[in-house]
Design a protein around this ligand. Sequence first.
Ligand SMILES: NC(=O)c1ccc[n+]([C@@H]2O[C@H](COP(=O)([O-])OP(=O)(O)OC[C@H]3O[C@@H](n4cnc5c(N)ncnc54)[C@H](O)[C@@H]3O)[C@@H](O)[C@H]2O)c1
Ligand SMILES: O=P(O)(O)OC[C@@H](O)[C@@H](O)[C@H](O)[C@H](O)CO
Length: 387
Amino acid sequence: MKALHFGAGNIGRGFIGKLLAESGAELAFADANHQLVDQLNHAQQYRVHVVGAQHQIDVINRIVAVDANSEAVIDQIRHADLITTAVGPQVLEKIASTLARGLQLRFDEPNLAPLNIIACENMVRGTAHLKAAVLACLPEQYHGRLEQCVGFVDSAVDRIVPPAAANDADPLEVTVESFSEWIVDKDQFRGPIPQVAGMELTDNLIAFVERKLFTLNTGHIVTAYLGNLAGYQTIREAIADPQIRQTVKRAMEQSGEVLVRRYGFDRQLHGAYIEKILGRFANPYLVDEIERVGRQPLRKLGPADRLVKPLLGTLEYGLPNDALLEGIAAALCYRNAADPQALELQGWIAEFGVLDALCRATGLAADSAEAARIVQRYQALSGQALS
Ligand SMILES: NC(=O)c1ccc[n+]([C@@H]2O[C@H](COP(=O)([O-])OP(=O)(O)OC[C@H]3O[C@@H](n4cnc5c(N)ncnc54)[C@H](O)[C@@H]3O)[C@@H](O)[C@H]2O)c1
Ligand SMILES: O=P(O)(O)OC[C@@H](O)[C@@H](O)[C@H](O)[C@H](O)CO
């Protein structure tokens, strides 16, 4: 199997690329970072340090890398059996035009062999989003062929992979937690389903995507933003703070109750899932910076993302939501001069006021009770941060 993976970053090297290579795929990474591409090509292998109760080092070899904006990537698309991505939701639209160019040449050849594309991003139905972006770039006469030959397969991906600490001796090494989960929609493939050990199939993907994004990522972001306000640097430090832990747990429980109602999850098992996640945040072997988890606050405040979507669910079912509101208020307080979205958010607050900024970011109505409660908590939290 020929596999092409866009994004040789944390999750690309530490999870998806690793599984593909270990399953015997002929793997090429495509990345926009030239230095990383050169390093991968030079080494043709990298190390994954799996940390947890037991440590192990896995060596991933027989890999190549191509520049994501080169002709070489087009060539890879023409011949691939499986294409995966872990580039960040905001980058999917950028790679869509490259995919469309490669697919057009592939269909012209004609290479009508089945191809499956799986976006492994933290978003609901990321691959469907990528498909829409590819269709927008692909001339209409190829749309039929795309439907016939290309499976766009949605997925849920879970493994905490912080950026590796600067290691001059081995810049390609990544450190990952031992837990991992990659679940894909089995009904969206074209042709035989690729055999990838560790890729699980489901016919109920949306429930798994939401379970992961609106539990782990909801708890993660509340930990990050409350931790930032309290002056912590890492997720582990923040979750060790009993007050933060309590709010984080409550936010996950409030979001979880929506999931239980919506998807019929067993309440007790969901509680155990939350406890396990709290343990993962406290992993003593990982140094996960608040800055990574808190990145791009405008994306995270979006109406379909990990804070607001669960909040909307609590309104739909008439459930408590104070911890989710607290998380959103903490997000509005997030300051990081190195994060363009944090700067933009603070710029909105300075220019238009916090209520307006909140509504722009989240889509909440300015006259809603929730917006008023968030603004009230924002004022209290930002006051505490200044004192
Ligand atoms: N790190 C995690 O713990 C984790 C876990 C689950 C899901 N995810 C998701 O995986 C995705 C990637 O996250 P990450 O932590 O690996 O980020 P990352 O920044 O480490 O990796 C992203 C990679 O994409 C590359 N890239 C950027 N623009 C590109 C382009 N146009 N073409 C090709 N490559 C490009 C970057 O150079 C980088 O190497 C995100 O959607 C994230 O939400 C991350
Ligand atoms: O990748 P983001 O920016 O959407 O979210 C940051 C973290 O919450 C995320 O990367 C988690 O570590 C990951 O989702 C764990 O599976």
